[in-house]
Every structure is written in structure tokens, then in C-alpha cells.
Design a protein around this ligand. Structure first.
Ligand code: ADP
Ligand code: MG
Length: 294
């Protein structure tokens, strides 16, 4: 069975892509899992981080990207093959005897265009705007879930804001990691997300994770309040230059020690903390999938 993990927050710059990168390498290196990263953010930061510029350009020029995947999900429907959008062999880390398996569905600015096209398209056939959004979200979730069984873990780097792609990712996920920086807006952003989750009746479990802890502007009181309300996660991610460096793609593959430097233990600890949290959290009901192979 595949674990679908969304990394989401309606705020930008809080560490979604950093956490996507850490989670993907954590599972691939320390869990020996086969990982697929789906970049749902048109800014394509994860795509660049896992593929580098040349492979990303090649992928998007040949239609291997999330924008095309979205448009295809609205074609005749049922038997869409998600593998046609996957770029194999992402990442820049070697770790003999078994190199990490990280495949990628990259994104590009075309993802924004696809979403707009779908909104226009669906507006012709659905009676209310609410139903248009719901239909798109559900279809996005279904196509993502069609990767079930192909990988051990699918990680969704969600865009900021709460677009159809973001909600599709949240619907598809078994659980969602919500990185936040402990500034005065953090509680408001998480609460807005939770309110919408309740409205939508989404089964996904959520866990806020404090990021960039220890930097100026972060407040321990904000972290306490969020942990009090939503539960405590086993790790807070400190502010580390090594994590900034690790987001850059190396054209020549490197060892985990070189990739992550002093943050290597954080990648390993995050993986452990996710497994521990998962073990103690209640299970959710599997999501029905109209694209499931017969
Ligand atoms: N724990 C951290 N320590 C230091 N810098 C960080 C940390 N987490 C994120 N950053 C930096 O903050 C910026 C925004 O992070 P990013 O992961 O791209 O956020 P998002 O995807 O939410 O927009 C990037 O430059 C990233 O390198
Ligand atoms: Mg990002």
C-alpha cells in the first residue's frame, strides 16, 4: 500500500519545498522506500531541486508535468496512465549499495494555465461554482491516487494559497505535514486550513511542524499554542544553512553527507518522527478512486 503525504500551508516561504525534499530523501535513504514526488506548485521549486534545470526543461517540453496531467484527468477520464507524466531517477544522491529511488512529476507555470482552463471548462457543465471546484479537486485527487501501488510513498509539494491543485493534493493525502514558521500569522493560517478541511469533510490527518525554529521573529509561544491545539510532533526543524544548500541540485551525484552536511541527522530524524507519529495516529478510511485500474 502506498502512503500519500501532502506538504501544505496556505502561506508561502514557510518550508513546504524544504520539507518535501527532506521527507523524500528521508524515506528513500533511511526507509529504503520507492518515492514519487509530485510537484503541485507552479513555481516548480521541487522540480528544480530534484531534477536540475536541464532535466526539468526537457521534461516540461515533452509534456511530462503536472499541468498536462491535470488536463488529461479531464479527458475521457477513467484510464489515465499517471506513469506517462513521471520522470524517473530524480535526486542527486548516491548511497551504495542501493541508491535512493526518487521519481518526479515536475510542474511548471503551465500548471496555473491548466487550472484556469479547467475552471472555464467545468463552468460550462456544472450548475454552481462550488460544484466546479469540488469536481476539479476530486479529479485531481483521483489522478494522484492512481499512483497507488506504483510507489511506497507519494509526496505532494502543494502550492501556497488554497487552489484546486492544493485541495486536490490535500484530498488525495492520507496525511498532511503543515510546516509553519512561528510568526504571528501562523495560527491564523493553520486555523483557516483546518476550517476549510472541516467544511470539505476531508479525511486527511494533519500535523503542523514548526520550521526555522530559533531564527529571529520566531516565537516559542506561537509553537506552544499550535502544539496545544493540534498536537505535538516529535521534531521541530531548526534554522540551518545546510538545509538551504541542500535544496540546490548537484549536477554530479553526491553522498548524503555532502548533500545535507550538518543537516543530515535532521533528515533521518524527520523520517523517524513521521513513522512514530503515523504509528500513534488513528487510521483513516481509504479513498474511493474512479481511476483505479480494473
Ligand atoms: N529550516 C530552515 N533553515 C533555513 N532555511 C530554511 C529552512 N526552511 C526553509 N528555509 C529557506 O526558506 C526559503 C523558503 O523555503 P521553501 O521550502 O522554499 O518554502 P515554501 O516551499 O513554503 O515556499 C528557502 O530559501 C529555504 O531554503
Ligand atoms: Mg515551495
Amino acid at each position: 500500500m502506498t502512503d500519500f503525504i501532502a506538504i501544505s500551508n496556505r502561506k508561502g516561504g514557510v518550508g513546504k519545498t524544504t520539507l518535501t525534499m527532506m521527507t523524500a530523501y528521508g524515506f528513500a535513504l533511511y526507509g529504503q522506500k520507492r518515492v514519487l514526488v509530485i510537484d503541485l506548485d507552479a513555481q516548480a521549486s521541487s522540480s528544480l531541486s530534484f531534477l536540475g534545470a536541464d532535466r526539468w526543461i526537457e521534461a516540461k517540453d515533452s509534456g511530462r508535468h503536472a499541468g498536462d496531467m491535470l488536463i488529461n484527468a479531464f479527458g475521457d477520464g477513467k484510464n489515465i496512465d499517471i506513469s506517462q507524466f513521471i520522470v524517473q531517477g530524480g535526486g542527486d544522491v548516491i548511497s551504495p549499495p542501493r541508491d535512493p529511488v526518487i521519481d518526479v512529476i515536475p510542474s511548471s507555470s503551465a500548471l496555473d494555465d491548466s487550472e484556469r482552463t479547467l475552471l472555464y471548462m467545468m463552468a460550462q457543465s456544472e450548475p454552481t461554482l462550488e460544484e466546479v471546484f469540488y469536481d476539479i479537486e476530486r479529479k485531481v485527487a483521483n489522478i494522484i491516487r492512481s499512483a497507488d501501488g506504483l510507489y511506497d510513498v507519494v509526496i505532494l509539494d502543494c502550492p501556497p494559497g488554497l487552489s484546486c491543485a492544493a485541495w486536490g493534493g490535500l484530498r488525495a493525502a492520507d496525511y498532511a505535514l503543515i510546516p509553519y514558521t512561528a510568526d504571528p500569522t501562523a495560527e491564523d493560517n493553520i486555523r483557516a486550513l483546518m476550517k476549510n478541511v472541516l467544511l470539505r469533510d476531508i479525511e486527511t490527518r494533519f500535523i503542523p511542524i514548526a520550521n526555522r525554529v530559533g531564527n529571529a521573529g520566531g516565537s516559542a509561544m506561537v509553537i506552544d499554542a499550535i502544539e496545544h491545539e493540534y498536537g505535538k510532533f516529535g521534531l521541530q526543524i531548526p534554522s540551518r544553512q545546510a538545509l538551504v544548500n541542500a535544496l540546490s541540485y548537484n549536477e554530479e551525484p553526491v553522498s548524503p553527507s555532502i548533500k545535507f552536511g550538518s543537516a543530515r541527522n535532521l533528515v533521518e530524524n524527520l523520517h523517524e518522527a513521521i513513522l512514530t507519529w503515523k504509528h500513534h495516529a488513528p487510521q483513516t478510511v481509504p479513498i474511493e478512486n474512479e481511476y483505479a485500474s480494473a
